[in-house]
Structure formats: C-alpha cells, structure tokens
Design a protein around this ligand. Structure first.
Ligand code: WT7
Length: 643
C-alpha cells in the first residue's frame, strides 16, 4: 500500500469535545464495557420517561438486538419539548428555498406548535401508534414536522425520496401497508417544479390501505383533490391545538422504515427503533461535527435518504442545534450556491457527498472564491469513497486548508456513523474514513470467513451490536437474517470491501455485491434489470456499474433484444424512459450496449464479473473464463464495447 499523506489535527481543535487521548480511552471502554459506556451516554444524551431495565443484548447468528429494553421515551419530546426551557426562541430549522429570495426560520417554540398541530390532525384522522405513514415530500420544513409528528403519536414513518417515480412510490406504500400519505402539491428543484401530488395520485390508485392523503400547499398549483381521501395540510392543522400528548414509546418500538436497495429483488424496508437509533444519531452528531451551542449545521442530503433522517432532523434536533434545510440544488442559480448559503447563515459545519464535491470542482474555483466561508469549521463527506483529488480540493479550496474533513462511513442499515474521523482527535488521511466510532467493533474477513489480523484487505464486517443497528427488514425478518447475518454467521455483513493500513485506518473500496452507488444513491443492479426486462422488445438484460468521473459509478446495461428486433437509438431511448418510470431519474442508464448474448456459465448463471470488467474497460484481465458456456459471446461484447 503506498504511504498515504497524513493531515494532522488542526491546532485550533485543541479544545474539541473529543481529544486524541479521549478517543483512545473512550473507544477502549466502549468495547470492553459496552453496557457501562452506553448507559452513561443514554443518561447524558436522552431524556427518559422511564429508565431501561437492561442496556443491550444481541445475537449475531440470528441478528437479534435490543438496546435499553424496558425504557420509555418519545423522540419528538427529545428533539423539541425538553429544549424549550432554554431554547424556545432559538432557531431550530433554517429553511432555504430553491429560489434564493425565499427562506424561513422556525424556532423551537414554533417547531413544537407545528409538530403538535399536525400530530393532532393525524390522530383525528385515525392515525396512531404502530400505523405506517408514508412521506413523499420536497425539502420543506413540513417534511421535518411530519417526521416528528409521527414520532409524537408513535406512528412509523416511511419516507420515499421525492425523485422516485409513481411506480416506486406505489411499491413502497404497498409493502408497508401505509395508512396515510403526506405529500405536497409540487416541489421546486433548480427552478423547475416536481409534480409530487400528481405522481402520488397515480400511485394511490393502487394503494387501498391509504385512507388519508395530506397535501402541503407549496407552489400553489391547482392540484387535483379527491374527496374524503385528500385533505390540505393547512386546513386540517388550522384548528388544532399546539399541544399534543406524546405517546410514551418503548425503546424498541419502531421509529421509521426506510426502503433501500439490495443485491436482489425489491428494495428492503430497513426498520429502526426508538432509543438506540436516537442515541447513536445524537452522539455521533455532537462528536463527529464537534457541535457547539449556537452553531448552524448544514447537511445537504435529502430527507428521503438516511443521511437526512439522522443529520438533518434527528441528530441535530436531539442536540438542540440549528439545522439548515435546503430545497434546491448545488448549481442553481449558479455553481456558487452552496457557498452563498454558507455565508448567508454563517454555517459552521457543512456535510455533503463526494459526487457534489466533484461536480463543483469541475465548475472552477471562482465560484468558491466569491464567498468568504469564514464561518466554516468542519467539512464532512458521506455516501461513497472520496477520491484524494476531490478531498484535496474540498480541504484546500472550500476549507482554505483550515477545516478538518470528517469522512463518515455508514449505511441505511447502521442508522448512524460507524467509521469516521473526529475533528480534534484523529489525524486525517485523504480517502480514508479512518477509525471506528465508539462501540463499533470491526473485522476484515477472508473469503473463507477467517479474520485478517493487522494490515490487509477483505470483507468489512461488524462483530457486535451498536445501538442504531437495523432491527428487521419490515415484513420479512428472514430477509434481514439472510442478507446481513448468514454470509458469515456471527458477523454483520456490510456488503463493502475495505483495506486496513498499518495504522489501523480503514479504506473502503466499494461494494462487493450487486449494489452500485450512483451519485451517492444506492441502487440494486437487479432493480434496473427488472425495469429493462419489462419492455416487450427485450429478451434479457444485465446491469453493472462502471467508474464515472462525477457520479462515482454509472449504470452500464447489456441488453439482448428479442429475436428479430433491431437495437436502435429509439429503442435505447425507450429503455432509458422505462427505468425513469419504474424507479426514477436516478436510475437512467448511462450506457446501453446491445448484446446478442450474455456471458453465462454452463448452468446458465450470468457471469457479471466479466461484464464489469468489460464496462470498466479492463480487457486484459478478465479472470477465469473457463466456465463460460460460449466464449464467443465475450469476444463480441468486447468488440462492440460502447465507447
Ligand atoms: C453504502 C451505504 C449512510 C450514508 C449514505 C449512503 C457507501 C457510504 C461512505 C464513505 C465510502 C461509503 C458504502 C455503503 N458509503 N459512506 N464515507 N466512504 N463508502 O447510505 O444508501 O445505505 O449506502 O454507501 O458502500 O455500504 P446507503
């Protein structure tokens, strides 16, 4: 492994919450005395209606885990009410609209009132503890109110990213049998409108479980409203009380479901519970971003992804922070938007994805230099491995060489950060997520399941439970066991490969399964294949990822038309459309190559390893091809490789 550049902890972080010695001592204690460590954290970070009976129990053969069993608490009380004595007039949420002239600030007192009014309105419509509520929202404050209103009454939210298609929305609503949908007339993105209610209507035609559809009026367009089922948010909340008795929840009661892509079949509904999730979102927020009272924190993710759940809403609000929510895109009105917003609100911590960093780097330094960015203290990255060139640009140009970068590795399933640097405690290495967070016990495994000691690379696994661990795949517990706990019994299987260097630093090398990462959006190649195969002219399709300069990975499709069908550009366009319709715009293929045949083993299994190599243009090193049923297929694919 080449000697990596080590970037020391900046001197002005000497008084960080966690200093180098603290990290070492706290990490050791968190592993050796897990229950003692997390009990102290749970007392310090959360407010309980009733203290727990036992801190943790887990079994990594069956995948079972419980944290703070017997305890009772409410997430919305922890995120709002308990802060009111000190912070009623402090801003909880700053909302910056897509249009730079539109913005709003919501204090903790106002947040309490908004959340309670909606919670009461949902209760009045028969929504209560354990019911599933789907959210299909743009990035507006009502999205956060809706999450917290669900938490207040014990309903389980399931957010579907606003960029997903009606088809994808329908699948997720049906899978969770949601009782209500909360959506919006339209959203704005980069000056354009997104027809959310229109999309929702298409989905709801096949969702009999939904008896209430709450519609936020945002653009004010003339949305179709269906009697009985559809109600306007402002109308049902107008007469409601600003107080709402919170449901006292068990630690292990579900808080939310979030669908994410896996290597096979339909997306999985990852389920997180109340206490453990909130605790880890809360601890990581404070320590990883070294959060100081009064600072403005900005995570640019969408609330439709887990990053938005944990670091726009739950982590910041549980800490009484001011969190910024941005409706727009990084390049509208121009590529300086992020830095204009940083200056406008004196943002202290800024948290984004490598794909955005690379896209902005490509627009040139001028857009950054037009802003002062002097309020920035910490920069964060998440979603995919960051290439050292993008890291250096982020550090030197955006951060003027004075802001530590926290590279945070985690997953929808882990709920919160798992491997990350800490700004005052861990020296950085560009491209490495560095060291495990408190309580996270990692290992690298060989193919045969043996643990690798010291330096090496292998499958990244977790050896014991952490508080915000996935508890189940909603409606299909066996699928959770199969996906995460059966590859190597006794370990949680992350699906990622990683290297560990001589200093114990982790370097994530990417997915080892058939999941690809397109602009930080996780996608199962099987989902794209399923969409392509729906086209009547298509016999078969195989999809793999390939390196893409901006997106990290692009979508490369090998498609076999039906006998007698010609592979035309018009057909390619139809295939691109079908992916957008079935999944969403993020699933549009970057490359479609016509494939008269796909490389298969004699038993008929598609050899994706070979397809990946061809897509990556690594033609010298195709690996073992001796099991191919028909080697001529591969020669054809190489010859006609899409340029
Ligand atoms: C996958 C999880 C939870 C964050 C948003 C994505 C990749 C995530 C990093 C990072 C290298 C990363 C992994 C992981 N990933 N963060 N800092 N460095 N890779 O959540 O959609 O559940 O995807 O994203 O491959 O398995 P997700």
């Amino acid at each position: 492994m080449p000697e990596a550049n080590v970037v020391p902890i900046p001197a002005n972080f000497a008084d960080a919450h966690i200093k180098p010695d603290d990290y070492t001592a706290m990490y050791r204690r968190s592993i050796e005395d897990r229950d003692g460590f997390f009990a102290e954290m749970a007392d310090q970070f959360l407010t309980w209606d009733k203290r727990w009976d036992s801190v943790s129990a887990h079994d990594f053969v069956t995948g079972e885990a419980t944290w703070f069993d017997g305890g009772k608490l409410n997430v919305s009380v922890n995120c709002i009410d308990r802060h009111l004595p000190e912070r009623a007039d402090q801003v909880a949420i700053i909302w910056e609209g897509d249009d730079p002239s539109v913005s709003k600030s919501i204090t903790y007192a106002e947040l309490k009132a908004e959340v309670c009014k909606l919670a009461n309105a949902l209760r009045a419509r028969g929504v209560g503890k354990g019911d599933r509520v789907c959210l299909y929202m743009p990035m507006i404050p009502e999205a956060a109110y809706a999450m917290l209103a669900c938490a207040r009454i014990g309903a389980i939210h399931s957010i579907v990213f606003g960029g997903f298609s009606p088809e994808a929305l329908k699948d997720r609503i049906q899978a969770a049998e949601c009782k209500a949908l909360i959506t919006c007339d339209e959203g704005y993105r980069g000056g354009k409108t997104i027809p959310l209610k229109h999309n929702a209507d298409i989905s709801l035609a096949d969702c009999p479980s939904v008896s209430t559809c709450v519609v936020v009026r945002h653009t004010g367009c003339d949305a179709a409203m269906h009697d009985d089922r559809d109600v306007y948010y402002h109308e049902i909340t107008a007469q409601q009380s600003e107080d709402c008795e919170p449901e006292s929840m068990d630690s292990e009661d579900p808080l939310f479901i979030l669908y994410t892509s896996g290597s096979t079949g339909q997306p999985k509904g990852v389920l997180h519970t109340t206490a453990g999730y909130l605790l880890q979102a809360s601890i990581t927020f404070k320590y990883v971003f070294d959060y100081r009272d009064g600072e403005v924190f900005w995570c640019t993710a969408d609330v439709g992804w887990v990053t938005g759940h944990s670091y726009i809403v739950y982590g910041p609000l549980a800490n009484g922070a001011t969190t910024l929510m941005f409706e727009g895109v990084p390049t509208y009105p121009d590529a300086g938007r992020f830095w204009q917003v940083v200056d406008k609100y004196n943002v202290a911590s800024f948290y984004t994805a490598p794909t955005a960093i690379r896209a902005l780097q490509g627009k040139g330094d001028e857009f950054v230099k037009q802003s002062s960015r002097k309020s920035l203290r910490i920069l964060g990255t998440v979603g995919e491995p960051i290439n050292p060139e993008a890291w250096e640009w982020y550090f030197n140009v955006v951060g003027d060489g004075r802001c530590p970068i926290v590279d945070t590795w985690w997953q929808t399933e882990t709920g919160a950060h798992m491997i990350t640097s800490l700004p005052g405690a861990i020296a950085m290495k560009p491209g490495s997520a560095t060291l495990p967070f408190f309580g996270v016990e990692l290992a690298l495994l060989e193919e045969d399941g043996s643990e690798i000691e010291g330096e090496g690379s292998g499958y990244l696994v977790v050896k014991s439970s952490w508080p915000s661990q996935i508890r189940t795949v909603y409606g299909d517990h066996q699928r959770m066991v199969d996906t995460y706990f059966s590859h190597y019994p006794g370990y949680y299987f992350t699906g990622d490969g990683a290297k560990r260097d001589a200093d114990g630093y982790y370097w994530i090398t990417g997915r080892v399964d058939d999941v690809i990462n397109v602009s930080g959006h996780r996608m199962g190649t099987a989902e794209v294949e399923r969409a392509l195969a729906l086209h009547e002219s298509i016999a078969e399709a195989a999809v793999v990822g390939f390196p893409h300069d901006i997106k990290g990975q692009g979508i490369y499709c090998y498609v076999t038309p039906m006998d007698g069908v010609e592979g035309t550009d018009a057909l390619k366009a139809e295939l691109v459309n079908i992916c957008a319709e079935e999944i969403g715009h993020i699933a549009k293929p970057d490359v479609i190559q016509w494939a008269p045949g796909l490389p298969k083993t004699r038993s008929g299994k598609i050899m994706r390893r070979i397809l990946r190599k061809i897509a990556e243009n690594e033609l010298e090193n195709l690996g073992d091809t001796s099991t191919l049923a028909d080697p001529a297929v591969v020669e054809d694919l190489i010859e006609n490789r899409a340029k």
